[in-house]
Ligand binder design. Structure first.
Ligand code: FE2
Ligand code: FE2
Ligand code: FE2
Length: 184
């Protein structure tokens, strides 16, 4: 099932671009965190990078066979800094998605009756809310020169739902089973 309307397609391409760049950025910032002696913060970056891959993958598939959009702008955050600063970039990016980008994209998809895109945007929106909280927890520790305490991180391969420590048996966002979650 491919998207039918141009505006929703534009938003899917833009979201795909943003998620793709977030995926790479988090892997890069994770390596910096490791060098600073924060292996758990690196693990968090890696887990969330995977969640952003899930989002990019969902958006890409919703575009179906619709071509074009090579010049997509992705609204990315750039900057190589210390981990506490990189985490601020991560928090800003996630909050932009939570407060501005995905609510608008979601309403557009609803208005245009694009069920698949609506689902893809909703899945991402729910995960980004958690990402912002987890990154804020990491930043609190990094600012004091400490690594964060972090249990196993679980990521749903269907919607990108991300949880550290205890997770429910089924994904609260999409209903996928816990045994399919990827662990970090
Ligand atoms: Fe995402
Ligand atoms: Fe995110
Ligand atoms: Fe899920």
């Amino acid at each position: 099932m491919a998207v039918k309307n141009d505006m929703t397609a534009d938003f899917l391409r833009s979201a795909y671009g943003g998620e793709s760049m977030a995926h790479m950025r988090y892997l890069i910032w994770g390596e910096i965190a490791e060098k600073e002696g924060f292996p758990n913060i690196k693990r968090l970056f890696n887990a969330i990078a995977y969640a952003e891959y899930v989002h990019a993958n969902n958006h890409f598939h919703e575009l179906g066979e619709m071509k074009g959009g090579a010049g997509v702008t992705a609204g990315a955050v750039f900057g190589v800094g210390k981990t506490a600063d990189n985490l601020q970039g991560a928090i800003d990016g996630e909050l932009h998605e939570v407060n501005q980008m995905y609510p608008v994209y979601l309403e557009a998809a609803r208005f245009q009756n694009e069920k698949g895109a609506e689902r893809s945007f909703r899945f991402a929106l729910e995960a980004e809310k958690i990402h912002a909280v987890l990154f804020a927890r990491a930043q609190e520790q990094a600012r004091q020169g400490k690594d964060m305490e972090l249990g196993t991180v679980y990521v749903c391969p269907v919607c990108g739902y991300t949880e550290a420590g205890d997770v429910p048996d089924v994904c609260p966002v999409c209903g996928a089973k816990k045994e399919n979650f990827k662990t970090f």
